[in-house]
Design a protein around this ligand. Structure first.
Ligand code: TAP
Length: 498
């Protein structure tokens, strides 16, 4: 242990009230699944956490039927004000059980507790609070008076932000009056199942939210179910493509939030210390398992050496280890499969001629770990500059002029996010305007807010989540007759004669 080394500061697991087994959450209660159960493990030490039920196509059918009943009998008939009350209640319960949710998330996913505690869970509550506020104001969502919910939403989410992605999906769907069947990822079902308990605590009417755990085939059964009106998917571009094909030609509405390979552009007039922090946050937050991660650093040639040197110094101070330790900066990689992919792409990076540097940290004996890594001397044609690695690996490229930076930044099949670091506001605006990315951060990175729309261009998907735009994905405009009746009723209420 070195000079002024941090003492261990583990968050207690005692706050968790884990069950040995979790069933499917359908129609307001937990019930067994008819598929083969699976185990969820801690990626930090491969220890068993709980046994999880798996939903077959028949179970998905039961869940969709429950969602349909709830949609027709209760949820779509309830006033927006009352729906909002349930959402506020859920938000407050998330806050009350925040510590437990953060511990569960770090245990099951491997992310550092300081991130699940300070970022994921507060944002989950914020998402529910935000959309609770919208539930009785849908007339102002920009879709005309009295927009209608779509019906049953089938939602499939990934493992990198398990609870936050669930909130991004469920909160707007419910605010708009839809009911939900959602599948968390196979490696991270735990926080969704604790969330199911919160729904029971909130007395949400049965069937409004159904949580079905299982593998990709469970997701495919949801997406293909004929009684699902809306499909919302977050995950890889490959699976997104399959889903787009499955939904094509049906009446289903679709939003896809897929992968990314964001450019983080640092100009020579940028405040370097801030930029270095932003680069670290951009790619090493959540072990780089972030769709909008700043995985390609585009740095102006004149400051390349200085930035890379400072980055290496900074990375040498990051602490990798126990996700439940409050001092941990870099947690575990979520699964062996993901670790293999990161290793393989890094091996290819070296083979293609890029120069690899990894922080010198002690890797625990068990579990899945990867030291923060930087590749310099990267060419735009290298796989590590094109493929999404989805891990703590940064590819550094250089540029000389703003035009070259823009060209290189846009030279990707993706278009989810980008970052610009510069002292000049005019340059930031001019460059941002020409970047083909759904979100562009300036002198910061990886900032999320429920009121701000998020989504991609090109192979990063289509549709927006967050803000008023996020509601549009779960609503349809009222018919002309319905709008006219509504206006008439409003006039009558105010005593205006037509
Ligand atoms: P995927 O393998 O695509 O899995 C995502 C979800 O889809 C999981 O629940 C998965 O189930 C399920 N699934 C797998 N095959 C399916 C099929 N044929 N039909 C329906 N569902 C299926 O992605 P991942 O590895 O979990 O997540 C990483 C990817 O997600 C990255 O590319 C990342 O960029 C992207 N991502 C994007 C965003 C946004 S907002 N754009 C946010 C987070 C992540 P199993 O887990 O059981 O396999």
């Amino acid at each position: 242990m070195g000079f002024l080394e941090y003492a261990p500061a583990p968050e207690s697991r005692a706050v968790l009230r884990l069950r040995d087994e979790y069933g499917l959450f359908i129609d307001g209660e937990f019930r067994p699944g008819s598929g083969e159960s699976f185990t969820t493990i801690s990626p930090a030490d491969e220890s068993h956490i709980a046994t999880i039920a798996s939903a077959s196509a028949a179970d998905v059918d039961v869940a969709v039927a429950a969602a349909r009943r709830a949609f027709e009998k209760t949820w779509s008939r309830m006033s927006g004000r009352d729906r909002g009350k349930y959402l506020f209640r859920i938000a407050r319960l998330v806050q009350e059980r925040a510590r437990e949710l953060a511990v569960a998330e770090s245990l099951d996913n491997g992310k550092p507790i300081k991130e699940s505690r300070d970022v994921d869970v507060p944002l989950v509550a914020a998402w529910f609070f935000y959309y609770a506020g919208w539930a009785d104001k849908l007339d102002y969502a920009g879709l005309g008076a009295a927009p209608r919910p779509l019906g049953v939403a089938g939602q499939v989410i990934p493992w990198n932000f398990p609870l936050l992605m669930l909130a991004w999906k469920i909160a707007p769907a419910l605010a708009a009056g839809n009911t939900v069947v959602i599948k968390p990822a196979e490696t991270t079902p735990l926080s969704a199942l604790i969330f199911a308990e919160i729904l029971q605590q909130a007395d949400l009417p049965p069937g409004v939210v159904n949580i079905v755990t299982g593998a990709g085939s469970t997701g495919a059964a949801i997406v293909r179910h004929p009684d699902v009106d809306k499909v919302a998917f977050t995950g890889s571009t490959a699976v997104g493509r399959e889903i787009a094909k499955a939904v094509a030609g049906t009446e289903k509405k679709l939003t896809l939030e897929l992968g990314g390979k964001a450019a983080n552009i640092v100009f020579d007039d940028a405040p370097i210390d801030q930029a270095v922090e932003g680069i670290v946050n951009g790619i090493f937050f959540n072990q780089g398992h972030v769709c909008c991660a700043g995985s390609r650093l585009l740095v102006q040639e004149s400051i390349h050496d200085e930035v890379v040197d400072r980055l290496k110094q900074r990375l040498s101070t990051l602490r990798l280890g126990d996700p439940l330790d409050k001092n941990t900066d870099i947690g575990a990689i979520n699964s062996r499969e993901q670790l293999d992919r990161i290793r393989e792409l890094s091996r290819i990076g070296e083979e293609e001629g890029a120069e690899r540097w990894s922080a010198d940290c002690v890797i625990p004996d068990n579990g899945f770990w990867f030291a923060p890594t930087i590749f310099t001397n990267v060419q735009a044609s290298h796989r590590i500059a094109r493929d999404e690695i989805f891990g703590p690996v940064l590819s550094v490229l250089t540029f000389r002029t703003p035009g070259e930076a823009i060209e290189k930044a846009n030279n990707t099949p993706y278009g989810l996010s980008a970052g610009i670091w510069s002292d000049k506001g005019s340059r930031i605006l001019a460059v941002a305007d020409r970047l083909r990315a759904g979100v562009v951060w300036a002198n910061t990175f990886n900032r999320f807010d429920p009121s701000s729309p998020f989504g991609g261009y090109k192979e990063s998907g289509y549709g927006r989540e967050g803000g008023r735009h996020g509601l549009a994905a779960y609503l349809k405009s009222a018919s002309a007759g319905e709008s006219a009746r509504r206006v008439e009723a409003g006039r009558a209420k105010k005593g205006i004669l037509s």
